[in-house]
Structure formats: structure tokens, C-alpha cells
Design a protein. Structure first.
Length: 135
């Protein structure tokens, strides 16, 4: 199967598939006499797997590790479970950070709104007093 057909089937671009070849999660396929890449069904399955786990937030390095586990004969679930738990913890930490950022942005917006009601408006975010206080 040629790269364009694989790309359509998986929902990736040919450039992304080439990127995966260069960066080792996908083996380089053999080429036809005309120089076209010739992908096997296993390559399509691997690309689908890569797309799935990257959709779960795994980095390229983590994808490589998961692919190694995927190709092991026994395919142990414990290391995958550990990685999923770590990824979930990362997501929860990021959510906490985003919620804190949301509160800070809302506070800054509220301060701007209060200042706009005054006669002599002075943006609190741009004020030197605010930056000196570490905000």
C-alpha cells in the first residue's frame, strides 16, 4: 500500500508518516522499483496504534516504549498500567495548574473591571505597583 492510501486510511498526513519513519516508531518500509514506499498491513496497524496512544497524550519517547512492549510475546499489562497511571496524574496536575491560572485571570479581569468604573482609569495589570507585588 502506498503512503497516500495509508494516510487516508489512518487519518494522518504523508508528512506525519514520514516523520514517524525518521524518528523510529515506525520501521522504514521497503520501496518499489519506482521508489515508492510500500506499506504492509502491520505498518497500518502500527500507525493506528501510534495515533491512538498519542491521542492519549503519550510523547514520542513513550510511544517507542509502548511499541517495544507491544511487540513482546507476552505483552505485560502492568507496565502499561503504570504508564497510564502516570499520564493520568500528569493530566490531573495540569488541570490543577489550569484552574489556578483561571482564578488568576479572573482576578485580573475583575480588577480591570473595577478600575474601568472609576473616573481616572489606570490598568492594574500594567501598573508598576502590581508588578512589584509579584502579581
Amino acid at each position: 500500500m502506498h503512503i497516500g492510501r495509508v494516510a487516508k486510511k489512518i487519518g494522518l498526513t504523508p508528512d506525519v508518516i514520514r516523520f514517524y519513519e525518521r524518528n523510529a516508531p515506525l520501521r522504514r518500509p521497503p520501496r518499489t522499483v519506482g521508489g515508492f514506499r510500500q506499506y504492509a498491513d502491520t505498518d497500518v496497524e502500527t500507525l493506528g496504534f501510534i495515533r491512538q496512544v498519542q491521542g492519549l497524550g503519550f510523547t514520542l519517547k513513550e510511544v517507542r516504549e509502548l511499541l517495544k512492549l507491544r511487540h513482546e510475546r507476552l505483552q505485560p499489562c502492568a507496565p502499561v498500567r503504570r504508564r497510564l497511571k502516570e499520564k493520568l496524574a500528569d493530566v490531573r496536575n495540569k488541570l490543577t495548574e489550569l484552574e489556578k491560572l483561571e482564578r488568576e485571570l479572573q482576578s485580573a479581569l475583575n480588577a480591570c473591571n473595577r478600575e474601568l468604573r472609576k473616573r481616572h482609569t489606570r490598568c492594574p495589570l500594567l501598573s508598576s505597583d502590581r508588578t512589584r507585588n509579584g502579581r
